[in-house]
Design a protein. Structure first.
Length: 277
């Protein structure tokens, strides 16, 4: 399949993309095992299948991502792109992007995290992302889910790997462990994230020369300082000219080089990391 973004796929293409993603899981995990061994670590100890192992594993991957940094070539010019995992080719990566070595580590981590989650929530199944809202961020993505929750596993790890690659504050091992635990609870129908059909965290409408960004209404109501934190970090991103807050949950973002989906994904992943649980 060509590098068609998930959001633009037909239902048939999305089903094929899910098959591609699942076929890549075992090889990705083996590459992670080999990378650990190459760095003098015991794959059997690091990948013992427990949810607790997520923490030291992610801390190690974050350190490697920081070492690797970003590559000079753009996404369209990077000669390694044809060998990337399918989710990276169909997803919304942006420049400057991490190198193939970092993407491979994220890929392996997604495989391992999937195994840990399925062991803890055996009712979870792999499926094509669906939602009552056609522009939900997970539509057509390969997701692990139950009736209560579904998740695109590489999403948050990739976001954090970008943070590491750019020298910004990445998710710690403790944060990634908390994310895994929250996901397990949500798959079981427990906790605040256990509503697969809930209103999305972020909606974005492209206007003539800016983006109108709406946050879920409970966010500013329950976490009043969080929106200003989001604005500050968004303003620090390359290409963002300005962010204006014109309502408790409403922003106008001027970022000419981004498209609607990039704005939505960045804000969604940022909130997934920073919302208190």
């Amino acid at each position: 399949m060509e590098d068609q973004p998930y959001e633009l796929m037909t239902a048939r293409q999305a089903a094929d993309a899910l098959d591609d993603y699942l076929a890549e899981r075992a090889p990705a995990l083996e590459r992670l095992r080999a990378a650990l061994a190459e760095h003098g670590l015991d794959p059997g100890e690091m990948l013992d299948g427990s949810v607790y192992s997520v923490s030291p594993l992610w801390a190690w991957i974050s350190a490697r991502a920081a070492e690797h940094g970003t590559v000079a070539q753009s996404l369209t010019e990077d000669p390694t792109r044809p060998d990337w995992p399918s989710w990276a080719r169909h997803g919304r990566l942006v420049d400057p992007h991490p190198p193939a070595a970092t993407i491979a580590l994220v890929d392996g981590f997604a495989s391992y995290l999937g195994d840990v989650l399925v062991a803890a929530a055996p009712q979870a199944v792999w499926q094509v992302g669906e939602h009552i809202m056609a522009d939900h961020p997970l539509v057509h993505y390969p997701v692990l889910g139950t009736d209560h929750h579904h998740l695109f596993l590489p999403g948050l790890p990739l976001y954090s790997a970008y943070q590491s690659a750019h020298g910004r504050s990445a998710m710690s091992g403790t944060e990634m462990l908390a994310h895994a635990r929250r996901t397990i609870d949500a798959l079981h129908g427990e906790g605040p994230e256990s509503a697969a059909l809930q209103e999305p965290l972020v909606t974005v409408v492209a206007e003539l020369d800016c983006f109108d960004v709406g946050l879920r209404e409970d966010i500013p109501a329950q976490h009043p300082g969080l929106v200003e934190h989001l604005i500050a970090e968004l303003c620090d991103r390359d290409g963002v000219a300005s962010v204006h807050r014109y309502g408790p949950a409403a922003l106008v973002v001027d970022v000419p080089a981004w498209d609607e989906l990039r704005v939505k994904m960045w804000c969604t992943l940022w909130l997934q990391r920073h919302l208190p649980r």
